[in-house]
Design a binder for this molecule. Structure first.
Ligand SMILES: Cc1cc2nc3c(=O)[nH]c(=O)nc-3n(C[C@H](O)[C@H](O)[C@H](O)COP(=O)(O)OP(=O)(O)OC[C@H]3O[C@@H](n4cnc5c(N)ncnc54)[C@H](O)[C@@H]3O)c2cc1C
Length: 361
C-alpha cells in the first residue's frame, strides 16, 4: 500500500514514520525547498511522547523536560488543586531540530521537496496528487497534513478556510545564551488578557513567548509590541527577566503571529483522502497542544492502515474516533480561554492537560 502525504511538518513527518513502521510505502510531498519549521520551540505532552517512544524516534534525546505551572500577575504561584505533578510535565523541543530528526527517521528517499500539492483526483482504486510543477504522484491514499491553509482540505471540504481568532496574537523567539541570567522556567497569567514567560532550552538558551487575547491594535515594531505586553506580566516589578530576554532578542528573530484556526469540520475523510494535524483542526494555541494532538492523529492512522487493506473503512474509523475527541478539545479549550481569573485559567488548563494525556474521550 502506498500513501502520499502532503506536508512535511511535524504531523506529516510523524504520519510518514508511523505508516512506514506499519509497513506502508510513503511519499511525503513538501512545498518548501527544505525541511523547516515555522516557529521556535514547542512543548510536547506525554501523549505525544508516548507516540514517539513507540516509533523509536529518539525525541526525548533532543528535548528539555519542563513543568507548566502559572504565576498570577503579581508573581504568586498557582497550584490548582486536584492535579499531580505529572499533569504539568512536558518536553520542550526545538521545532527545527524535531523536524530534522523526524525527516531522518522517515528517510530522504521518501520525501520530495519543492513539491506543493495543488489538487487531487480520487477514484475507487487510488488517488493522484497534482503538484505545482505539473507532475503527479499516485498512491492508494492521500493524507493532507499541509497545515492550517491546507490545499487538500480546500478540495475535500470546500468553504473551510482558516479564520482569524480575532484579536489573538502571539510573539515568541528562541535565543541562544544572551547574558541575561535565566535561573528558572516561568509562566505567568497577566492582566489585559496577556500570558507568557520563558523556559530554558537544552543547549543553555531560552525560549520566550507572549500572547494576548483581545489585543488592542498593534503599533510599533514587533519587539516594542512584545515589551509592552511583558509589562502586563510584571505587576510590582517581580518579573524583569522576560523583558530583558525580549530586549536581548534581535528584532528579526522575533516571530509574531495573528492566531488562526480551522472551523470545526464534520468531515475529515473521503474514501481515500484524510486530513491530519492543523489541516484538520488548527486551533488556538492557548492550550499549547495542537501538535501533541496532531501526533495522535498520525499514530492512529498508522495503527488503522497497518492492520487492513480496506482503506475506506480505516479512514471512517479514524474520523469516527478523532472528530468527537476534538469536539471535547474545543469545549475544554473554551473553558480556558473564557476563565475569569488566573486561578480559573490555571485550573482549566490543568484539567485540559490531564484529560489529554490520559487519552480520555
Ligand atoms: C504561538 C503558537 C504556539 C504553539 N505552541 C504549541 C505547543 O507548545 N505545543 C503543541 O503541541 N502545539 C503548539 N502549537 C500548535 C502547533 O504549532 C501546530 O499544531 C503544529 O505545528 C501543526 O503541525 P502540522 O504538521 O499539522 O502543520 P504545519 O506545521 O503547518 O506543517 C504543514 C507543512 O505542510 C507544508 N505545506 C503547506 N501547504 C502545502 C501543500 N499544498 N503541499 C505540500 N506541502 C504543503 C508546509 O510547508 C509545512 O511544512 C503552537 C502554535 C502557535 C501558533
Amino acid at each position: 500500500m502506498r500513501a502520499v502525504i502532503a506536508g512535511a511538518g511535524i504531523v506529516g513527518l510523524t504520519t510518514g514514520l508511523a505508516l512506514r513502521r506499519a509497513g506502508l510505502e510513503v511519499v511525503i510531498c513538501e512545498r518548501a525547498p527544505e525541511i523547516r519549521a515555522a516557529g521556535s520551540s514547542l512543548g510536547l505532552w506525554r501523549n505525544a511522547l508516548a507516540v514517539f517512544d513507540a516509533l523509536g524516534a529518539g525525541v526525548r534525546d533532543i528535548g528539555k523536560p519542563g513543568e507548566m505551572y502559572f504565576h498570577d500577575p503579581a508573581g504568586k504561584l498557582i497550584d490548582p488543586p486536584g492535579f499531580g505533578p505529572e499533569d504539568h510535565h512536558y518536553l520542550l523541543v526545538h521545532r527545527a531540530k524535531l523536524n530534522d530528526l523526524l525527516a531522518d527517521a522517515v528517510g530522504a528517499g521518501s520525501i520530495r521537496l519543492g513539491a506543493a500539492v495543488v489538487r487531487y483526483d480520487e477514484s475507487e482504486t487510488g488517488v493522484t496528487a497534482h503538484l505545482s510543477d505539473g507532475s503527479t504522484v499516485d498512491g492508494d491514499l492521500l493524507i493532507g497534513a499541509d497545515g492550517a491553509y491546507s490545499a487538500v482540505r480546500a478540495q475535500l471540504v470546500p468553504g473551510s478556510e482558516a479564520l482569524e481568532h480575532e484579536g489573538h496574537h502571539a510573539w515568541r523567539a528562541v535565543t541562544p545564551a544572551t547574558g541575561v541570567a535565566v535561573d528558572r522556567d516561568l509562566m505567568a497569567l497577566g492582566t489585559h488578557g496577556a500570558r507568557g514567560g520563558y523556559a530554558r532550552t537544552r543547549d543553555g538558551g531560552a525560549y520566550w513567548l507572549l500572547s494576548q487575547f483581545k489585543s488592542p491594535e498593534l503599533t510599533g515594531t514587533v519587539k516594542q509590541q512584545a515589551l509592552e505586553r511583558a509589562e502586563h506580566l510584571n505587576e510590582g516589578g517581580w518579573n524583569p527577566v522576560l523583558a530583558e530576554l525580549i530586549a536581548a532578542t534581535p528584532e528579526e528573530a522575533i516571530l509574531h503571529n495573528q492566531i488562526m484556526y480551522v472551523p470545526r469540520l464534520d468531515r475529515w475523510v473521503s474514501s481515500r483522502v484524510a486530513l491530519a494535524g492543523d489541516a484538520a483542526h488548527a486551533m488556538s494555541p492557548h492550550i499549547t497542544a495542537g501538535a501533541s494532538l496532531g501526533i495522535e492523529d498520525a499514530a492512529l492512522l498508522g495503527e488503522l492502515l497497518g492492520s487492513t487493506v480496506d482503506i475506506p473503512a480505516a479512514l471512517i474509523s479514524y474520523q469516527a474516533e478523532r472528530i468527537p475527541r476534538y469536539a471535547r478539545v474545543a469545549e475544554l479549550a473554551d473553558a480556558v480561554e473564557f476563565a475569569a481569573t488566573p486561578e480559573e485559567f490555571a485550573a482549566h488548563y490543568a484539567a485540559f492537560s490531564h484529560w489529554m494525556i490520559e487519552g480520555k474521550q
